[in-house]
Ligand binder design. Sequence first.
Ligand code: BTN
Length: 244
Amino acid sequence: MEVNIQRLKETDSTNKYLVEQLSREYLPDFSVITTDFQSSGRGQRGNSWESERGKNLLFSVLLRPESVPARSQFLISQIASLAIKEGLDRFAAGFSIKWPNDIYWNEQKICGMLIENDLAGAMLSQSILGIGVNINQNLFISNAPNPVSLKTITGNHQDREVILADILRILATYYDLLRKGETELINRRYHHSLFRKEGYYLFADKNGRFSARIVGVEPDGELILSTETNEKRGYLFKEVQFVL
Ligand code: BTN
């Protein structure tokens, strides 16, 4: 996969930059924008994304998968999560994918993702994967509940470029699998890598807290839980949270 990388010293948000660039010109599949600093990095739920200048990985990848049905768009989250988790695995044990697409190290968050999908009829036409991975930041000042960086985990400064190249290489491999229709394999690996995939834990939904175990994740991304009384419950994004 040929990777077209644009490197910026600073921008408001790599996702926003990519969207704006796409409104002016065509960019090929697997175009990447990366920056040292975002003046208004976006997180999930309207939050901002904290990242000290020059310390972390901040990038967005454009995918134009062509053969992914809209109802299977969660596969994009799955391959992105797997690529980052596997890119980090060589540094330490304990990385996992917290449904739907945060990357955790033990009980702490090392990476967040903001995925913006565009549909054309029943198909996914374009996907922008916005990824922030904490690499060398020592201290987090925002109210993010439980951030951690690779430097804190390993005790050493790490080379951001090497990690980015690794993640993109792994992502390209998964992207190939996706386009070849190997969705079973992607699903299996995703499930295998899930945070709290075994045992009962506390979750919270609109009715309050309850204890449940993860049964699985449906192709549309729905998380299926089973309570201690064997009641099955399905949740879409943002309808349920892990109690940490
Ligand atoms: C989250 O809240 O967990 C999602 C964070 C996503 C952050 C990344 S950093 C690169 C890209 N540009 C943005 O503005 N956000 C994403």
